[in-house]
Design a protein around this ligand. Structure first.
Ligand SMILES: C[S@@+](CC[C@H](N)C(=O)[O-])C[C@H]1O[C@@H](n2cnc3c(N)ncnc32)[C@H](O)[C@@H]1O
Length: 294
């Protein structure tokens, strides 16, 4: 798999116009406002150089709503009538890049070493198994978890096994719940997996098999807000999410994850993320797989 970097995740759209060619005026104050709003509502920090990207992502909303400038749009999202639009703004500004079995070594670890331990632990605890995909985007990550469990646990029907999949972006949660993807999403996937867990859906789409869909609950949840669930979780996947958060936000988040994990539970984070200087409640096992130790 090609090396991924933060710059690729946040690459501005190639069609972003230069400031002189812009259809809508977008001042540096407008950009500062949107940056601060996004940070406050989601924890996501956009760098000072992402103004073009924000323009490209929001211009079609302004066009659709008939605004002439970003200033007008910003005023609108601050009014009671603009509350729903604020959600759409947040959806547009999140970066949702994902794919099935991304960073596959995490799923290999889950299906072997992790499940072996979880099985041992859970056998005496009613065969309960809980995994959380936090920042699940359009669902490829939690479905990869579901397929991993189905393949590794022929006796899964005798387990109380559930996967929670959450994201701040309501459109991503909707898509994940639907479980329909372009057929091209299967490219590069093991043919056995593609055959067994995906069904044709229309001419050029596929849908996850019901046994995978039935394992997952998709929910809208803001990681920097309140969490209704009590856990405990055997494993948490939070990959390629905190790269957009500052260190203090990460500190609070990883502490909350540790509180929700069983003793010895697993935390999987993204390829460009790390816990150094953030928390000492986890031990690194290798390749961004961590064990809760405190
Ligand atoms: C780059 S995607 C990563 C998807 C998946 N975890 C993966 O690694 O393939 C990051 C996801 O985090 C979500 N996200 C960002 N801030 C969030 C927050 N405060 N609460 C919940 N989800 C958030 C975004 O909406 C986006 O879908």
């Amino acid at each position: 798999m090609a090396t991924e970097t933060r710059s690729r995740e946040m690459r501005p759209s190639p069609e972003a116009p230069t400031p002189e060619d812009r259809e809508f005026s977008f001042s540096s104050d407008d950009y500062a406002f949107l940056r601060a709003m996004l940070k406050e509502k989601s924890g996501i920090e956009l760098g000072p150089t992402k103004q073009n990207m924000v323009y490209a992502r929001l211009a079609k909303r302004l066009r659709k709503l008939g605004f002439k400038s970003f200033h007008q749009y910003i005023e609108f999202i601050g009014t009671p009538a603009g509350v729903d639009e604020l959600g759409t703004t947040l959806n547009a500004l999140t970066t949702n890049l994902t794919k099935f079995f991304r960073e596959n070594h995490h799923f290999e670890h889950l299906g072997t070493a992790a499940l072996q331990e979880i099985r041992g632990r859970a056998a005496s605890q009613g065969r309960r198994l809980r995994i959380w995909s936090a920042g699940c985007s359009s669902g490829e990550e939690p479905y990869s978890i579901a397929i991993t469990l189905l393949r590794a646990m022929p006796d899964i029907k005798q387990w109380d096994a559930r996967i929670l999949a959450t994201d701040i972006d309501t459109e991503m949660v909707r898509r994940g719940n639907e479980g329909v993807y372009p057929a091209t999403a299967l490219e590069g996937m093991e043919p056995d997996i593609a055959r067994k867990y995906f069904e044709p859906h229309g001419t050029d789409k596929v849908r996850l098999a019901a046994e995978a869909r039935n394992l997952i609950s998709f929910k809208h949840l803001n990681l920097i807000g309140n969490w209704p669930m009590k856990g405990p979780f055997d494993a948490i996947f939070c990959r390629n999410v905190v790269i957009y958060f500052d260190k203090d936000t990460q500190r609070v988040l990883f502490d909350r994850y540790a509180n929700l994990l069983v003793p010895g539970g697993f935390l999987y984070i993204g390829h460009s993320e790390n816990l150094f200087g953030i928390t000492e409640r986890f031990k690194l096992l290798g390749r961004n797989i961590h064990r809760k130790i405190a």
